[in-house]
Design a protein around this ligand. Structure first.
Ligand code: SF4
Ligand code: FES
Length: 218
């Protein structure tokens, strides 16, 4: 199976190469073909698709460093690891979009007030894996000593991209994400990609859409 590639075009859309399931913010499934262009500047009138609005706006701060980016630089990606018996969980804070699924599903293990905040001692492995797989951004990942020690629900063959109302594009299913410089920045089965145009961590969402009160109903 060819892995679906998602490429961030410099000053332009996200180009998806390969078959995907696309769901808009109204939860309506939209037909797509083998190449799909999705808006990432936030300006398209045909969201989630790109309608070339980026060409008539000043979207493209990536071409040079703006004063704001200088004062407020891109977060550094660093994955920390937490060891349990039979399972290892890693966390990259630069990808976390703070929807708190982990805190809600497994507060005994994921606790922001504790140090370390992920404590896998005596944790149920199946619950850990289910919680990590509920993380929409890919900030959390797991590795198992024995892949057969837990049950993982099979996913549909093609990845699903769902436009979140007033928020990012959520990816579920194996994809390769390539940045505007042509570098593969992630190969994973979960990610949240910016579509408001304002993230400091493009192509990933960093929750700036909330700050700028981004709206997108489709
Ligand atoms: S994005 Fe992942 S790690 Fe961050 S709060 Fe949500 S579930 Fe937890
Ligand atoms: S969609 Fe742009 S920061 Fe979340």
């Amino acid at each position: 199976m060819n892995i679906v590639k998602i490429t961030e075009k410099a000053d332009g859309p996200l180009v998806i190469d390969g078959q995907i399931n696309l769901i808009d913010a109204r939860r309506i499934e939209i037909e797509t073909h083998d190449k799909t262009r999705l808006c990432r500047c936030g300006m398209s009138a045909k969201k989630p698709f790109c309608d070339s609005s980026h060409t008539s706006t000043d979207f493209g701060a990536e071409s040079g460093q703006s004063e704001e980016e200088f004062l407020n630089p891109k977060p550094v990606s660093r994955r920390r690891e937490y060891l349990g018996s039979g399972v290892k969980v890693s966390f990259d804070a630069s990808l976390c979009i703070h929807v708190a699924e982990c805190l809600r599903l497994m507060p005994e293990t994921f606790d922001l007030r504790a140090r370390p905040w992920i404590n896998l001692e005596n944790a149920d492995i199946q619950k850990v894996v289910d919680t990590v797989r509920a993380c929409p951004s890919g900030a959390l990942r797991h590795e198992l000593d024995d892949e057969d020690s837990v049950k993982i629900e099979p996913e549909s063959q093609s990845p699903t991209i769902r436009a979140w109302r007033d928020g990012p594009l959520r990816i579920k299913g194996e994809v390769e994400i390539i940045n505007k410089d042509g570098e593969t920045v992630m190969k994973a089965d979960r990610a949240a990609l910016c579509r408001c145009g304002a993230s400091r961590n493009k192509p990933f969402c960093d929750n700036t859409h909330k700050m700028i009160k981004f709206t997108a109903s489709t």
